[in-house]
Design a protein around this ligand. Structure first.
Ligand code: PLP
Length: 399
């Protein structure tokens, strides 16, 4: 098996599994209990908090543990609402993750916010001028991802921070795909709030964190025992928190391995782009591990299935519901022609990916594409217009 779907999720590091085990087996106390086992669990949480803070160059008291990136984004967005009722506008980009866009869409439909969505160009670059025009004195929050999950394109978050700060608005940075792959310094980015997710950086699923800059106040979205500084009630998942702490420490220590990941990604891209009628999506700066590549005229889910059968795990950039194939919203936002958008797949590497795996994966892609191009799984030409209908297994992109 060659796993090239690390933006969907990563393998939990062996050290992380080892770091978690004692918190299940031995130190299982409730961190709020007033006995030795409770104190031990409390100390474990605080150690992990310091490790996560260190990855984000933040202070430990600025880290709130959550269950995932989706929850971190929700706590940040819903938590800012109600803090300043005179401001109702939220500005975001067209290529944010559904955990942001679906929530903002719902809030907008309910009339609770005024939503402004800023576009990207054909290379996935944010329209900063449009952002500047949209952010005004009625803006409560600007929410922007640091790195795009499908293309890996890195957004100009520092510029967005300056624009937000000048208007007195808060900035939420979705750093779920960035943390652990590129330097993610919450303060230097100018973030007021910043989300990360454990399972994207070799920690388990079910744990995430939200950085809340000192001085920023959020309203909790649910109430209870007042854990996590009152922001996220519920008994803390101590083993998962310990796992995220360990994964953060390792990610920080091994950040330089990402230079090698970039070399491997570039080698894979070069091999694939040598195939006729292929193209790359997204301009630099990009994450070192992500390659969004289009196979013109082919259906992404056919490529995913063909490679799956050969033991290579990748993601499709197109969603298929009830037989109607639609390009991903990110490819649509980038204005990609339909025959390219429908044939877009994502390869995402990790620090565990080897040169041998990349060599083999590239050969299998060449073989698969040649096979598919001789066969029937062909997407419409650009002049045939919008979505297309075909039978076939749904292959939407995770993460
Ligand atoms: N934000 C981005 C950019 C993502 O890629 C993901 C992953 O799916 C999320 C948020 C949601 O993270 P989680 O799966 O931990 O809820």
């Amino acid at each position: 098996m060659i796993y090239l779907d690390n933006n969907a999720t990563t393998r939990v590091a062996d050290e992380v599994i080892e770091a978690m085990a004692p918190w299940y087996r031995d130190h299982y106390g409730n961190p709020h209990s007033a006995h030795a086992l409770g104190r031990r669990a409390h100390d474990g949480i605080e150690q992990a908090r310091a490790e996560v803070a260190s990855l984000l160059r933040a202070r430990p008291q600025e880290i709130v543990f959550t269950s995932c990136g989706t929850e971190s984004n929700a706590i940040a967005i819903l938590g800012t609402l109600g803090q300043r009722p005179e401001r109702r506008k939220i500005v975001t980009s067209a290529v944010e993750h559904p955990s942001v866009l679906a929530l903002l869409g719902e809030l907008s439909r309910r009339g609770e916010i005024e939503l402004a969505t800023v576009g990207v160009d054909g290379d996935g670059r944010l329209d900063l001028e449009a952002l500047r025009r949209e952010v005004d004195s009625s803006t409560l929050l600007v929410t922007l991802m640091l790195a795009q999950n499908e293309t890996g394109v890195i957004h100009p978050v520092e510029d967005a921070a300056r624009i937000a700060a000048a208007a007195g608005a808060l900035l939420l940075v979705d750093a779920v795909q960035a943390a652990g792959k590129i330097e993610t310094d919450a303060g230097a980015l100018g973030a007021d709030l910043l989300s990360i997710s454990g399972h994207k950086l070799h920690a388990p699923k079910g744990i995430g964190a939200l950085y809340v800059r000192e001085g920023v106040t959020l309203s909790p979205i649910w109430r209870g025992g007042g854990q996590e500084n009152g922001l996220r009630s519920g008994t803390e998942a101590v083993p998962l928190i310990a796992g995220l702490g360990c994964a953060s420490r390792i990610a920080q220590q091994r950040l330089e391995l990402q230079a090698n990941v970039r070399l491997l990604r570039d080698a894979l891209e070069a091999r694939i782009l040598a195939i006729s009628a292929t193209s790359r999506n997204g301009a630099e700066p990009r994450l070192p591990n992500t390659a969004s590549l289009s196979f013109h005229g082919l259906f992404a889910d056919s490529i995913v299935a063909e490679l799956d059968a050969k033991g290579v795990c990748i993601s499709a950039g197109a969603a298929c519901h009830s037989g109607a194939v639609e390009p991903s919203s990110v490819m649509k936002a980038m204005g990609k022609p339909i025959d390219q958008a429908l044939g877009t797949v994502r390869f995402s590497l990790s620090r565990n990916t080897t040169a041998e795996e990349i060599e083999l994966a590239a050969a299998l892609v060449e073989e698969s594409v040649s096979h598919l191009r001789k066969g029937a799984a062909v997407a419409p030409r650009p002049e045939e217009g919008g979505g297309s209908t075909r039978s076939g297994r749904a292959a939407s992109q995770a993460g």
